[in-house]
Design a protein around this ligand. Structure first.
Ligand code: GLN
Length: 445
Protein backbone atom coordinates (compact mmCIF):
# COMPACT_ATOMS: atom_id res chain seq x y z
CA UNK A 1 0.00 0.00 0.00
CA UNK A 2 2.81 2.38 0.87
CA UNK A 3 4.57 1.74 -2.43
CA UNK A 4 1.27 2.14 -4.32
CA UNK A 5 0.74 5.52 -2.62
CA UNK A 6 4.31 6.54 -3.44
CA UNK A 7 3.83 5.47 -7.06
CA UNK A 8 0.66 7.48 -7.29
CA UNK A 9 1.77 10.67 -5.48
CA UNK A 10 5.46 11.03 -5.00
CA UNK A 11 6.16 12.40 -8.43
CA UNK A 12 4.31 15.51 -7.24
CA UNK A 13 5.27 15.52 -3.53
CA UNK A 14 8.92 14.44 -4.03
CA UNK A 15 9.34 13.26 -0.44
CA UNK A 16 11.62 10.28 -1.14
CA UNK A 17 15.23 10.36 -2.29
CA UNK A 18 15.78 6.60 -2.32
CA UNK A 19 13.32 3.70 -2.26
CA UNK A 20 14.13 0.17 -1.20
CA UNK A 21 11.30 -1.98 -2.48
CA UNK A 22 13.40 -5.16 -2.68
CA UNK A 23 14.66 -4.72 0.90
CA UNK A 24 11.17 -3.92 2.15
CA UNK A 25 9.69 -6.99 0.50
CA UNK A 26 12.43 -9.18 1.97
CA UNK A 27 11.77 -7.73 5.42
CA UNK A 28 8.03 -8.24 4.99
CA UNK A 29 8.61 -11.85 3.98
CA UNK A 30 10.59 -12.38 7.20
CA UNK A 31 7.67 -10.98 9.15
CA UNK A 32 5.30 -13.36 7.34
CA UNK A 33 7.47 -16.22 8.52
CA UNK A 34 7.26 -14.90 12.05
CA UNK A 35 3.48 -14.98 11.81
CA UNK A 36 3.52 -18.53 10.54
CA UNK A 37 5.90 -19.73 13.25
CA UNK A 38 3.91 -17.94 15.92
CA UNK A 39 6.88 -15.89 17.19
CA UNK A 40 6.11 -12.87 19.31
CA UNK A 41 5.34 -9.75 17.27
CA UNK A 42 7.34 -6.54 17.78
CA UNK A 43 5.72 -3.30 18.90
CA UNK A 44 5.59 -1.85 15.36
CA UNK A 45 4.92 -5.10 13.52
CA UNK A 46 4.65 -4.67 9.76
CA UNK A 47 4.45 -0.87 9.74
CA UNK A 48 6.15 0.78 6.75
CA UNK A 49 8.57 3.49 7.87
CA UNK A 50 10.50 6.15 5.95
CA UNK A 51 13.80 7.41 7.39
CA UNK A 52 15.19 10.92 7.07
CA UNK A 53 18.26 10.70 4.88
CA UNK A 54 20.70 11.79 7.58
CA UNK A 55 20.41 8.49 9.48
CA UNK A 56 22.69 5.78 8.20
CA UNK A 57 21.09 2.64 6.85
CA UNK A 58 23.16 -0.46 6.13
CA UNK A 59 23.54 -0.95 2.39
CA UNK A 60 20.99 1.76 1.62
CA UNK A 61 22.24 5.04 0.18
CA UNK A 62 22.40 7.88 2.74
CA UNK A 63 22.94 11.30 1.20
CA UNK A 64 21.94 14.01 3.75
CA UNK A 65 20.46 15.51 0.55
CA UNK A 66 24.00 16.59 -0.36
CA UNK A 67 25.93 16.04 -3.58
CA UNK A 68 28.86 15.25 -1.31
CA UNK A 69 27.25 11.96 -0.24
CA UNK A 70 25.35 11.17 -3.42
CA UNK A 71 27.18 7.84 -3.68
CA UNK A 72 27.53 6.95 0.01
CA UNK A 73 26.36 3.48 1.11
CA UNK A 74 26.81 3.04 4.86
CA UNK A 75 27.99 -0.25 6.31
CA UNK A 76 25.85 -0.10 9.48
CA UNK A 77 22.47 1.01 10.78
CA UNK A 78 21.90 3.98 13.09
CA UNK A 79 20.74 2.79 16.52
CA UNK A 80 17.23 4.20 15.91
CA UNK A 81 16.98 2.42 12.58
CA UNK A 82 18.13 -0.81 14.19
CA UNK A 83 15.62 -0.42 17.03
CA UNK A 84 12.80 0.06 14.54
CA UNK A 85 13.85 -3.12 12.77
CA UNK A 86 13.92 -4.93 16.12
CA UNK A 87 10.35 -3.68 16.67
CA UNK A 88 9.43 -5.32 13.32
CA UNK A 89 8.73 -2.22 11.24
CA UNK A 90 9.75 -2.26 7.57
CA UNK A 91 12.05 0.43 6.14
CA UNK A 92 10.77 1.49 2.73
CA UNK A 93 13.09 4.36 1.84
CA UNK A 94 15.00 7.51 2.65
CA UNK A 95 13.41 10.93 2.87
CA UNK A 96 14.35 14.31 1.52
CA UNK A 97 15.63 17.09 3.79
CA UNK A 98 17.57 20.32 3.71
CA UNK A 99 21.22 19.56 3.01
CA UNK A 100 22.83 18.29 6.24
CA UNK A 101 19.60 19.40 8.02
CA UNK A 102 20.41 23.07 7.52
CA UNK A 103 17.23 24.86 6.60
CA UNK A 104 13.54 25.17 7.24
CA UNK A 105 11.85 24.58 3.89
CA UNK A 106 13.52 21.62 2.14
CA UNK A 107 14.62 24.01 -0.59
CA UNK A 108 18.23 23.49 0.50
CA UNK A 109 18.10 19.88 -0.66
CA UNK A 110 20.60 19.50 -3.47
CA UNK A 111 18.30 17.00 -5.21
CA UNK A 112 14.72 18.31 -5.19
CA UNK A 113 12.30 20.50 -3.25
CA UNK A 114 9.63 18.47 -1.43
CA UNK A 115 6.14 19.96 -1.71
CA UNK A 116 3.49 20.41 0.94
CA UNK A 117 0.70 17.85 0.36
CA UNK A 118 -1.92 20.42 1.47
CA UNK A 119 -0.86 22.87 -1.23
CA UNK A 120 1.79 21.85 -3.75
CA UNK A 121 2.90 25.43 -4.30
CA UNK A 122 4.04 25.64 -0.67
CA UNK A 123 7.00 24.24 1.27
CA UNK A 124 6.57 21.30 3.67
CA UNK A 125 8.88 23.00 6.18
CA UNK A 126 12.25 21.61 7.15
CA UNK A 127 14.62 20.27 7.59
CA UNK A 128 12.61 17.04 8.02
CA UNK A 129 10.22 18.15 5.26
CA UNK A 130 10.30 14.80 3.48
CA UNK A 131 9.46 13.02 6.74
CA UNK A 132 6.43 15.24 7.41
CA UNK A 133 5.16 15.31 3.81
CA UNK A 134 5.39 11.52 3.48
CA UNK A 135 3.20 10.98 6.55
CA UNK A 136 0.72 13.67 5.50
CA UNK A 137 0.44 12.14 2.01
CA UNK A 138 0.05 8.56 3.29
CA UNK A 139 3.38 7.54 1.75
CA UNK A 140 4.58 5.94 5.00
CA UNK A 141 2.77 4.88 8.15
CA UNK A 142 5.24 6.90 10.16
CA UNK A 143 8.71 8.38 9.69
CA UNK A 144 11.77 9.41 11.66
CA UNK A 145 13.00 12.98 11.57
CA UNK A 146 15.78 14.83 13.34
CA UNK A 147 15.48 18.14 15.16
CA UNK A 148 18.35 20.53 15.91
CA UNK A 149 16.43 23.80 16.15
CA UNK A 150 12.91 22.76 15.12
CA UNK A 151 13.34 20.40 12.19
CA UNK A 152 10.80 17.84 13.39
CA UNK A 153 8.26 20.22 14.91
CA UNK A 154 8.10 22.96 12.26
CA UNK A 155 7.50 20.62 9.28
CA UNK A 156 4.99 18.64 11.37
CA UNK A 157 3.18 21.93 11.97
CA UNK A 158 3.22 22.91 8.27
CA UNK A 159 2.05 19.45 7.11
CA UNK A 160 -0.65 18.83 9.75
CA UNK A 161 0.99 15.82 11.43
CA UNK A 162 2.42 15.06 14.87
CA UNK A 163 6.17 15.55 15.44
CA UNK A 164 8.02 14.91 18.69
CA UNK A 165 11.49 16.12 19.61
CA UNK A 166 12.52 14.07 22.64
CA UNK A 167 14.72 15.35 25.48
CA UNK A 168 18.35 15.72 24.41
CA UNK A 169 19.93 12.35 25.17
CA UNK A 170 16.69 10.36 25.24
CA UNK A 171 17.19 8.80 21.78
CA UNK A 172 20.61 7.68 20.58
CA UNK A 173 22.36 9.86 18.00
CA UNK A 174 24.60 6.97 16.94
CA UNK A 175 24.45 6.86 13.16
CA UNK A 176 22.78 10.26 12.83
CA UNK A 177 25.09 12.36 10.66
CA UNK A 178 25.99 15.16 13.07
CA UNK A 179 24.96 18.76 12.35
CA UNK A 180 25.18 20.37 15.80
CA UNK A 181 25.95 17.59 18.26
CA UNK A 182 24.82 19.41 21.40
CA UNK A 183 21.34 19.95 19.91
CA UNK A 184 20.58 17.10 17.46
CA UNK A 185 17.82 14.67 18.49
CA UNK A 186 15.95 12.00 16.51
CA UNK A 187 12.18 11.69 16.93
CA UNK A 188 8.97 10.35 15.41
CA UNK A 189 6.68 11.98 12.85
CA UNK A 190 3.25 10.33 12.95
CA UNK A 191 -0.40 10.73 12.03
CA UNK A 192 -1.51 10.97 15.65
CA UNK A 193 -0.25 11.20 19.23
CA UNK A 194 -0.80 7.55 20.09
CA UNK A 195 1.47 6.51 17.22
CA UNK A 196 4.13 8.94 18.46
CA UNK A 197 4.03 7.22 21.87
CA UNK A 198 4.53 3.81 20.23
CA UNK A 199 7.44 4.94 18.09
CA UNK A 200 9.15 6.76 20.97
CA UNK A 201 8.74 3.60 23.08
CA UNK A 202 10.61 1.67 20.40
CA UNK A 203 13.52 4.08 19.85
CA UNK A 204 14.14 5.63 23.32
CA UNK A 205 16.83 4.37 25.66
CA UNK A 206 20.46 4.43 26.69
CA UNK A 207 23.07 3.59 24.07
CA UNK A 208 26.72 3.13 24.99
CA UNK A 209 27.64 4.04 21.39
CA UNK A 210 26.47 7.65 21.95
CA UNK A 211 28.53 9.44 24.60
CA UNK A 212 25.72 11.93 25.29
CA UNK A 213 23.02 9.27 25.58
CA UNK A 214 21.22 9.57 28.92
CA UNK A 215 21.16 6.62 31.25
CA UNK A 216 17.65 7.39 32.46
CA UNK A 217 14.91 4.78 32.68
CA UNK A 218 12.45 4.82 29.76
CA UNK A 219 8.88 5.52 30.88
CA UNK A 220 5.83 3.63 29.65
CA UNK A 221 4.63 6.23 27.14
CA UNK A 222 1.69 4.19 25.92
CA UNK A 223 0.04 3.83 29.30
CA UNK A 224 0.63 7.56 29.90
CA UNK A 225 -2.19 8.26 27.43
CA UNK A 226 -4.94 8.32 30.04
CA UNK A 227 -7.05 11.07 28.53
CA UNK A 228 -7.01 12.84 31.91
CA UNK A 229 -5.47 16.32 32.18
CA UNK A 230 -7.56 17.67 35.05
CA UNK A 231 -5.53 20.14 37.08
CA UNK A 232 -2.71 20.29 34.53
CA UNK A 233 -0.83 23.61 34.93
CA UNK A 234 -0.01 25.25 31.61
CA UNK A 235 2.29 28.23 31.10
CA UNK A 236 1.80 30.31 27.96
CA UNK A 237 4.81 32.55 27.25
CA UNK A 238 3.72 35.99 26.16
CA UNK A 239 6.77 36.19 23.88
CA UNK A 240 5.35 33.22 21.91
CA UNK A 241 2.19 35.12 21.04
CA UNK A 242 3.89 38.33 19.95
CA UNK A 243 4.56 39.03 16.30
CA UNK A 244 2.92 35.88 15.00
CA UNK A 245 0.30 35.59 12.28
CA UNK A 246 -3.02 36.68 13.93
CA UNK A 247 -4.86 33.68 12.51
CA UNK A 248 -2.26 31.31 13.96
CA UNK A 249 -2.64 33.07 17.29
CA UNK A 250 -6.44 32.75 17.24
CA UNK A 251 -6.17 29.01 16.45
CA UNK A 252 -3.77 28.51 19.36
CA UNK A 253 -5.99 30.47 21.78
CA UNK A 254 -8.92 28.29 20.72
CA UNK A 255 -6.81 25.19 21.48
CA UNK A 256 -6.10 26.60 24.95
CA UNK A 257 -9.86 26.99 25.49
CA UNK A 258 -10.29 23.30 24.60
CA UNK A 259 -7.56 22.34 27.09
CA UNK A 260 -9.32 24.47 29.69
CA UNK A 261 -12.60 22.68 29.03
CA UNK A 262 -10.75 19.41 29.76
CA UNK A 263 -9.80 20.68 33.23
CA UNK A 264 -6.39 22.24 32.61
CA UNK A 265 -5.56 25.76 33.80
CA UNK A 266 -3.33 28.18 31.94
CA UNK A 267 -1.60 31.43 32.76
CA UNK A 268 0.52 33.82 30.81
CA UNK A 269 4.22 33.85 31.78
CA UNK A 270 7.39 35.45 30.46
CA UNK A 271 10.48 33.71 29.08
CA UNK A 272 12.51 36.92 28.96
CA UNK A 273 15.53 35.67 26.99
CA UNK A 274 13.49 34.39 24.05
CA UNK A 275 14.55 37.27 21.82
CA UNK A 276 18.21 36.22 21.96
CA UNK A 277 17.61 32.57 21.11
CA UNK A 278 17.85 32.74 17.32
CA UNK A 279 21.14 34.67 17.36
CA UNK A 280 22.67 32.34 19.95
CA UNK A 281 21.47 29.26 18.08
CA UNK A 282 22.91 30.25 14.72
CA UNK A 283 26.30 30.91 16.30
CA UNK A 284 26.38 27.68 18.29
CA UNK A 285 24.86 25.41 15.65
CA UNK A 286 27.12 26.82 12.92
CA UNK A 287 30.19 26.52 15.14
CA UNK A 288 29.46 22.88 15.84
CA UNK A 289 28.64 22.28 12.17
CA UNK A 290 31.93 23.77 11.02
CA UNK A 291 33.74 21.26 13.20
CA UNK A 292 31.48 18.27 12.41
CA UNK A 293 31.59 18.78 8.67
CA UNK A 294 35.38 18.80 8.60
CA UNK A 295 35.15 15.01 8.16
CA UNK A 296 33.95 15.56 4.61
CA UNK A 297 37.34 15.92 3.02
CA UNK A 298 36.93 14.00 -0.23
CA UNK A 299 39.00 11.15 1.20
CA UNK A 300 36.92 9.35 3.76
CA UNK A 301 33.34 9.64 2.55
CA UNK A 302 31.39 10.33 -0.58
CA UNK A 303 32.44 12.18 -3.67
CA UNK A 304 36.11 12.98 -4.45
CA UNK A 305 37.06 15.74 -6.86
CA UNK A 306 38.81 14.52 -10.00
CA UNK A 307 42.19 15.82 -11.12
CA UNK A 308 43.26 17.52 -7.86
CA UNK A 309 46.96 18.30 -8.05
CA UNK A 310 47.74 17.81 -4.35
CA UNK A 311 46.07 17.06 -1.03
CA UNK A 312 45.04 20.63 -0.24
CA UNK A 313 43.50 21.01 -3.68
CA UNK A 314 41.66 17.74 -3.15
CA UNK A 315 40.08 19.07 0.06
CA UNK A 316 39.35 22.41 -1.49
CA UNK A 317 37.81 21.13 -4.70
CA UNK A 318 35.86 18.28 -3.12
CA UNK A 319 34.32 20.65 -0.59
CA UNK A 320 33.70 23.42 -3.14
CA UNK A 321 31.85 21.02 -5.43
CA UNK A 322 30.20 18.84 -2.78
CA UNK A 323 28.56 21.41 -0.48
CA UNK A 324 25.66 23.69 -1.37
CA UNK A 325 25.50 27.43 -0.55
CA UNK A 326 23.74 27.22 2.84
CA UNK A 327 26.19 24.60 4.12
CA UNK A 328 29.12 26.76 3.03
CA UNK A 329 27.55 29.81 4.70
CA UNK A 330 27.29 27.96 8.01
CA UNK A 331 30.80 26.53 7.83
CA UNK A 332 32.17 30.02 7.24
CA UNK A 333 30.07 31.57 10.00
CA UNK A 334 31.04 28.83 12.45
CA UNK A 335 34.72 28.94 11.60
CA UNK A 336 34.70 32.70 12.08
CA UNK A 337 32.89 32.48 15.43
CA UNK A 338 35.38 29.91 16.73
CA UNK A 339 38.50 31.65 15.52
CA UNK A 340 40.88 33.13 18.08
CA UNK A 341 40.09 36.72 18.86
CA UNK A 342 36.39 36.21 18.12
CA UNK A 343 35.74 33.16 20.30
CA UNK A 344 34.92 35.13 23.46
CA UNK A 345 32.78 37.69 21.68
CA UNK A 346 30.65 35.17 19.80
CA UNK A 347 30.88 31.52 20.76
CA UNK A 348 31.40 31.99 24.48
CA UNK A 349 28.78 34.70 24.70
CA UNK A 350 26.27 32.52 22.87
CA UNK A 351 26.95 29.70 25.36
CA UNK A 352 26.16 32.10 28.21
CA UNK A 353 22.93 33.14 26.53
CA UNK A 354 22.08 29.48 26.15
CA UNK A 355 22.39 29.06 29.92
CA UNK A 356 20.07 32.03 30.52
CA UNK A 357 17.51 30.56 28.14
CA UNK A 358 17.67 27.22 29.89
CA UNK A 359 17.10 29.03 33.20
CA UNK A 360 13.93 30.62 31.82
CA UNK A 361 12.60 27.11 31.24
CA UNK A 362 13.82 25.74 34.60
CA UNK A 363 12.11 28.55 36.48
CA UNK A 364 8.85 28.15 34.58
CA UNK A 365 8.80 24.40 35.17
CA UNK A 366 9.03 24.99 38.93
CA UNK A 367 5.41 26.11 38.79
CA UNK A 368 3.96 24.57 35.63
CA UNK A 369 3.70 21.09 34.09
CA UNK A 370 3.92 22.13 30.44
CA UNK A 371 4.56 25.23 28.36
CA UNK A 372 2.29 25.75 25.35
CA UNK A 373 2.36 28.05 22.35
CA UNK A 374 2.37 27.89 18.57
CA UNK A 375 5.01 25.72 16.87
CA UNK A 376 5.74 28.29 14.17
CA UNK A 377 4.79 31.95 13.67
CA UNK A 378 3.09 31.27 10.32
CA UNK A 379 1.65 28.47 8.23
CA UNK A 380 3.55 26.95 5.27
CA UNK A 381 4.91 29.65 2.95
CA UNK A 382 5.15 29.52 -0.87
CA UNK A 383 8.14 27.78 -2.46
CA UNK A 384 10.76 30.27 -3.49
CA UNK A 385 9.44 33.09 -1.30
CA UNK A 386 12.32 33.04 1.24
CA UNK A 387 15.21 31.25 -0.48
CA UNK A 388 17.12 34.43 -1.16
CA UNK A 389 16.66 35.73 2.35
CA UNK A 390 18.42 33.51 4.91
CA UNK A 391 17.65 35.79 7.85
CA UNK A 392 13.88 35.66 7.26
CA UNK A 393 14.22 31.90 6.87
CA UNK A 394 16.08 31.70 10.21
CA UNK A 395 13.27 33.53 12.00
CA UNK A 396 10.77 30.77 11.18
CA UNK A 397 12.36 28.83 14.04
CA UNK A 398 11.99 31.49 16.69
CA UNK A 399 9.51 29.37 18.70
CA UNK A 400 11.29 26.03 18.41
CA UNK A 401 14.91 27.10 18.89
CA UNK A 402 14.68 28.11 22.59
CA UNK A 403 13.40 24.61 23.40
CA UNK A 404 16.33 23.05 21.55
CA UNK A 405 18.83 25.24 23.40
CA UNK A 406 17.26 24.20 26.71
CA UNK A 407 17.40 20.52 25.70
CA UNK A 408 13.83 19.84 26.82
CA UNK A 409 11.25 17.79 24.90
CA UNK A 410 8.43 19.23 22.78
CA UNK A 411 5.71 17.97 20.48
CA UNK A 412 3.76 19.63 17.70
CA UNK A 413 0.14 18.50 17.34
CA UNK A 414 -2.26 19.84 14.68
CA UNK A 415 -4.73 22.32 16.22
CA UNK A 416 -6.71 23.59 13.26
CA UNK A 417 -6.29 25.62 10.09
CA UNK A 418 -5.55 29.18 9.10
CA UNK A 419 -6.58 30.02 5.53
CA UNK A 420 -6.86 26.32 4.75
CA UNK A 421 -3.36 25.46 5.97
CA UNK A 422 -2.54 23.40 9.08
CA UNK A 423 -1.45 25.06 12.33
CA UNK A 424 0.62 23.25 14.97
CA UNK A 425 0.33 23.57 18.74
CA UNK A 426 3.67 23.19 20.52
CA UNK A 427 3.59 21.41 23.88
CA UNK A 428 6.88 21.67 25.77
CA UNK A 429 7.75 19.54 28.80
CA UNK A 430 10.31 19.08 31.53
CA UNK A 431 13.46 17.12 30.69
CA UNK A 432 12.62 13.41 30.35
CA UNK A 433 8.92 14.05 30.91
CA UNK A 434 7.74 13.08 27.42
CA UNK A 435 4.86 11.27 29.16
CA UNK A 436 3.16 14.50 30.25
CA UNK A 437 3.52 16.03 26.80
CA UNK A 438 2.05 12.94 25.15
CA UNK A 439 -0.78 12.76 27.70
CA UNK A 440 -1.66 16.41 27.13
CA UNK A 441 -1.53 16.16 23.33
CA UNK A 442 -3.52 12.91 23.34
CA UNK A 443 -6.25 14.33 25.56
CA UNK A 444 -6.44 17.41 23.34
CA UNK A 445 -6.46 15.46 20.06
N1 GLN B 1 15.90 25.56 10.51
C1 GLN B 1 16.90 25.42 11.50
C2 GLN B 1 18.28 25.51 10.87
O1 GLN B 1 18.32 25.79 9.73
C3 GLN B 1 16.73 24.12 12.23
C4 GLN B 1 17.26 22.96 11.48
C5 GLN B 1 17.17 21.69 12.24
O2 GLN B 1 16.52 21.58 13.28
N2 GLN B 1 17.89 20.71 11.74
O3 GLN B 1 19.28 25.31 11.49
Amino acid sequence: EAFAAIGERDERIQAYLTLDEAGARAAAARLDNKLVSGEEKGLLFGLPVGIKDNMVTEGLRTTCASQFLSNYNPIYDATSVLKLKQADSVTIGKLNMDEFAMGGSNENSSFQPTRNPWDLSRVPGGSSGGSAAAVAAGEAYFTLGSDTGGSIRQPASYCGVVGLKPTYGRVSRYGLVAFASSLDQIGPVTKNVEDAAYVLQAIAGYDSKDSTSANVEVADYISALTGDIKGLRIAVPKEYLEGIDPKVKETVLEALRVLESLGAVWEEVSLPHTEYAVAAYYLLASSEASSNLSRFDGVRYGVRADHAGNLLDLYHESRSQGFGPEVKRRIMLGTYALSSGYYDAYYLKAQKVRTLIKRDFDQTFEKYDVIIGPTAPTTAFPLGSQVDDPLTMYLNDILTIPVSLAGVPALSVPCGFADGLPVGLQIIGKAFDESTILRTAHAYE
